[in-house]
Ligand binder design. Structure first.
Ligand code: KE4
Length: 444
């Protein structure tokens, strides 16, 4: 099989060396550091539709989409126009604007269970604020999270991947005092028994359970119905709050996010979460996060209530204009069925190619999110995710990159299809994958 002429990444190499002198690891987020695939990150300089170009002039079909925000593709006309119009009015005032209310109203209209919402600047800030609100509202301290779910770099959530037993959190980063994680219980996703045990032991002290309702951060993993039923029933019974972290899935899986998507699959319990965390797509590529939910809970947030949270640039007009333009386009076009269909074509094609060369694989998809796990068992939690052949993933990643396909640089991430991707990009991706998978066999 022809292996591609290795692309020249000379300018990226120079840029990386220069960046490393002044930025830790040369990147402003470790997710971009290529740690999971080896080598050095390539530096990008332009995006248009489903494509990005690196500083050595190479073009790629992009399945990262800035890690989820760019559901409309790069430099979508409506988004660019909205930002251009807004920027001439000024970038930020530190005062309320009507556009923020319009974005909040749209989110309340779209996301089931959101009666009020507060805009912030990132998914991390939204998750951190939602946890503080849950603790303030319930006057309890304990939080339950699940290994493999990521909610941003919140001190209290950076805990070891728990064993199946109820493991009180141990920080998994220096700089986090043990006290920050002492009230965090880390369980395995889809593990109903461990959840029941945790509530049996700690129920009256649990403020909230937070989870990704469809996981993207260990690769794409779907919940089971019994798991979501247990999460909802146990929190309700114990007087704890249920928080859906939809930073990745909000406006990604459906107009109503994961709740609507899971409902269609018969996986969403009748009663939804009490609070929802949002980010990524609601900023359309500019920094916007949000948390919202029941009005009686949200009214505990300052200045109405005692739970403090603030932010200089929260809801700034530029980011809100970008988010509003994105969501209005999604509301108008409702591209979700078409997105899922195109993504299924890609996923089925990749799975067929793996079968044709005899590579163990698990193709896991939710809407326009997908992960090709290199292993032979379904991935249902962090333990099974970690059983994947990450060396083979790295080989596949580089084989695809050299053939002009830009995938997330980790086996434990979701890839994304945008509304800018067409049949053409899917076919080109499958052509590249046919050769890249052959390389994987030779390198096994
Ligand atoms: P940010 O603070 O990065 O905006 O959002 C944190 C966050 C919260 N919740 C979920 C479900 C998320 O996926 C994220 C961020 N996702 C990662 C990618 N898996 C962002 C990439 C990065 O950290 O650079």
């Amino acid at each position: 099989m022809p292996t591609p002429v290795r692309r020249n990444h000379e300018r990226s190499t120079q840029a990386y060396r220069r960046a490393c002198r002044v930025i830790p690891g040369g990147v402003n987020s470790p997710a971009r550091a290529f740690g999971g695939v080896g080598g050095q990150p390539i530096f990008l300089e332009r995006g248009q539709g489903p494509y990005v170009w690196d500083i050595d002039g190479h073009q790629y079909i992009d399945y990262v989409g800035s890690w989820g925000p760019l559901i409309l593709g790069h430099a979508a006309a409506a988004v660019v126009a909205a930002i251009q119009e807004a920027v001439h009015q000024g970038t930020s005032f530190g005062a309320p604007t009507e556009a923020e209310t319009e974005l909040a109203e749209l989110i309340c209209r779209a996301v089931p269970g959101v009666e009020m919402v507060r805009l912030v600047n990132s998914g991390t800030e939204a998750a951190m604020s939602a946890l503080r609100l849950a603790r303030g509202f319930t006057r309890r301290h304990r939080i339950i999270k699940f290994a493999g779910c990521y909610h941003g770099h919140v001190d209290s959530l950076l805990v070891q991947a728990g064993s199946s037993a109820t493991t009180l959190g141990v920080p998994n980063s220096p700089g986090i005092p043990p006290g920050c994680t002492a009230d965090t219980i880390c369980l395995h996703y889809n593990d109903v028994e461990a959840l029941e045990q945790a509530f049996a032991e700690h129920g009256p002290t649990i403020a909230a359970v937070i989870l990704e309702p469809v996981v993207g951060n260990m690769g794409v993993v779907l919940p089971t119905r019994p798991f979501l039923d247990a999460v909802r029933e146990l929190t309700r019974r114990a007087g704890a709050l249920l928080i859906y972290d939809e930073v990745m899935t909000g406006f990604r899986l459906a107009w109503g996010g994961a709740q609507e998507y899971l409902n269609r699959l018969g996986l969403q319990p009748q009663d939804g979460p009490d609070l929802i965390v949002l980010g990524k797509i609601i900023g359309g590529g500019l920094p916007v996060g949000a948390y919202g939910g029941r009005a009686d809970i949200m009214k505990h947030v300052a200045p109405v209530g005692p739970v403090f949270q603030a932010g200089t640039l929260s809801g700034n007009p530029l980011a809100v204009a970008s988010g509003l333009a994105t969501l209005r386009q999604l509301e108008k076009t409702r591209p979700y069925e078409a997105l899922e269909k195109l993504t299924s074509q890609l996923c089925q094609g990749l799975a067929a190619l793996c079968r044709s060369v005899g590579i163990a694989h698990q193709m896991q998809q939710a809407g326009s999110m997908w992960t090709l796990f290199f292993q032979d068992q379904p991935v249902t939690d962090y333990r099974t995710a970690l059983a994947s052949n990450t060396k083979r993933f790295a080989r596949f990643f580089w084989g695809m990159l050299e053939r002009g396909i830009y995938l997330p640089c980790s086996q434990f991430e979701a890839a994304f299809v945008s509304t800018a991707h067409t049949q053409r990009e899917i076919e080109a991706t499958l052509t590249a994958a046919r050769e890249a998978l052959q390389d994987c066999i030779q390198e096994a």
